[in-house]
Write a protein that binds this ligand. Structure first.
Ligand code: GLP
Length: 261
């Protein structure tokens, strides 16, 4: 696992956007897995700016969604489908046909989950998966004690996650769905490159457990330890509980630029 400590969220967004741009220059139809929440927004803004300036052509990019609420009416502004279309797909000038995600309003949720895993595989697999992290260490919506081998499936949110996400629902926890569809941890681990961005002190404990704690279902993000190409980008605040922070800094500072993330 590579840990990169950046000054702030903007710098993290720029670094990761450049990594996506490099991927798209090499593979113009790369499948980019995107996460929702506040953390990845600087990545999408930086990537959009690169597209606007002509630094990268993203017109062949394909976008895959990580997770989704169950039961929100189609087109609800806070459904993750709506969020990804609004924050990523449209700003990059992509057509909806370049986007894939699980159907949270399906009558048969089980079938929708299996269909999404099949669709990801049929699309050739995710090239680069962006991740955030929940305060309880979740990735996607894989809450603590999720199977580390899990596939896309329905999950029940913890009270903490519903509290954390209430800000997207007028601060009203009652509006936050209890159930979600998420790519499983096993599904996520199939992506060729995992890039997790965490910012702010509220993520420091979860980041420390993810990077330096034991591999444990209790901390779903610790599954990144199993991946051959996992990058964790953190700002100073989110890095504040890392024991080997100086080592990560020195390693990145000495890294040849051609290596990228
Ligand atoms: C939600 C999403 C996750 C995201 C997490 C943290 O639970 N399902 O993918 O990583 O929120 O969000 P934020 O980045 O806003 O803290």
């Amino acid at each position: 696992m590579e840990v990169v400590i950046v000054q702030d969220a903007t710098a993290g967004g720029e670094l990761i956007a450049e990594s996506i741009a490099t991927l798209l220059r090499r593979k113009r139809d790369a499948l980019i897995g995107v996460a929702t929440g506040s953390s990845p927004l600087p990545i999408y803004q930086a990537l959009t700016a690169k597209v606007a300036s002509g630094a990268v052509d993203a017109s062949g990019a394909r976008i895959a969604q990580l997770d989704e609420y169950v039961g929100l009416p189609a087109g609800h502004p806070e459904s993750y489908r709506s969020v990804v279309l609004r924050e990523v797909v449209r700003p990059l000038g992509l057509d909806e046909s370049a986007f894939m995600g699980p159907d949270g309003s399906a009558d048969d949720i089980l079938a929708a989950c299996e269909a999404y895993d099949r669709a990801l595989a049929a699309a050739g697999g995710v090239d680069l998966q962006l991740l955030g992290i929940g305060t309880d260490g979740h990735i996607g919506f894989n809450e603590p004690v999720s199977s580390l081998a899990s596939r896309t499936r329905i999950k029940t949110l913890t009270e903490q996650t519903r509290v954390d996400n209430a800000r997207f629902f007028e601060g009203d926890i009652e509006q936050v769905p209890h159930h979600v569809i998420t790519q499983g941890i096993g599904t996520i681990l199939e992506a060729r490159h995992l890039v997790l961005l965490a910012t702010g002190e509220g993520k420091a404990e979860a980041v420390a457990q993810t990077v330096e704690g034991p591999l444990a279902a209790l901390v779903p993000a610790s599954a990144l330890q199993l991946h051959p190409h996992a990058t964790v980008v953190v700002d100073e605040a989110a890095a504040s509980k890392l024991k080997l922070a100086d080592y990560y800094r020195a390693t990145f500072a000495a890294k040849p630029e051609w290596q990228g993330l």
